[in-house]
Design a protein around this ligand. Structure first.
Ligand code: FAD
Length: 215
């Protein structure tokens, strides 16, 4: 038994944790278990990635499977970290369309949480860049879903918090970039109204974020 928690370190829950490395191992586990939840890198805040009976951690299923340098389509296992994608593909001129505030999240966890980044006002959340997902569903089958195939399962899985099944692999679209650098402008505001006005005035910026210093 392992004691697991999310990023907030509360609650801490004792659970059996299995960490498969191969799809065959994963399927063997899932086909013989009645109650479980998939877990990525455990960076969500609450207890969503812990099941008291069995937690199946996907971080060892972390292989890149296919890459198209022309189109920017990446096929990868769900345990791949966004950090790995940046390290590998930014030097090739490609970057994830959506990155949350930490890059140490798995693709599966990021899809299940439909993460947003600082470009949410321009590009929306990660789900907009997921071409297809292969998932172990509640009928004990591995099925592919996309906007054109099993589209209801696809819609429920993006932001589904692991409740529609275990994402095994997926295809995502990366964004072509000229460099890893950004042009940054800092604006100091005196109050919330000014900050909201500032967001409006800079709505064409690719990324925008505000920190409120209450001291
Ligand atoms: C410092 C920090 C900054 C953050 N900033 C942002 C931000 O800007 N935007 C944002 O949206 N979030 C943000 N988050 C939240 C966090 O990044 C997301 O919740 C992330 O998606 C969690 O990924 P994970 O791999 O750690 O998944 P976990 O925390 O392990 O799991 C999260 C959920 O995904 C499910 N899941 C995991 N793997 C799979 C799988 N293979 N198949 C199906 N379901 C699965 C789990 O069951 C669980 O419900 C931040 C977190 C931290 C700690």
């Amino acid at each position: 038994m392992n004691e697991l928690s999310g990023w907030g370190r509360f609650p801490k829950i004792k659970t059996k944790e299995l960490i498969p490395q191969l799809e065959s191992e994963l399927l063997e586990i899932l086909r013989h278990s009645e109650s479980y939840i998939p877990r990525g890198n455990g960076t969500s805040y609450g207890d969503s990635a812990i099941n008291k009976n069995l937690t199946v951690t996907m971080t060892r299923m972390n292989r890149f499977l296919q890459w198209n340098q022309e189109s920017g389509e990446l096929v990868a296992e769900s345990g791949v970290l966004i950090a790995d994608i940046i390290d590998t593909f930014l030097p090739r001129g490609w970057f994830p369309y959506v990155t949350p505030g930490t890059k140490f999240v798995t693709l599966g966890g990021a899809i299940a949480c439909d993460v947003h980044g600082k470009n949410h006002h321009k590009d929306g959340s990660l789900g907009n860049f997921v071409n297809w997902i292969e998932i172990f569903n509640n009928k004990n089958e591995v099925v592919r879903c996309s906007p054109d195939e099993n589209s209801e399962l696809y819609d429920w899985t993006i932001g589904g918090m692991g409740l529609t099944g275990v994402i095994i692999r997926c295809s995502i679209q990366l964004k072509k970039v000229e460099s890893g650098w950004i042009k940054q402008q800092t604006v100091v505001n005196n109050n919330l109204n000014e900050t909201l006005q500032s967001f409006y005035e800079h709505k064409e910026s690719t990324y925008s974020v505000a920190w409120i210093d209450c001291l």
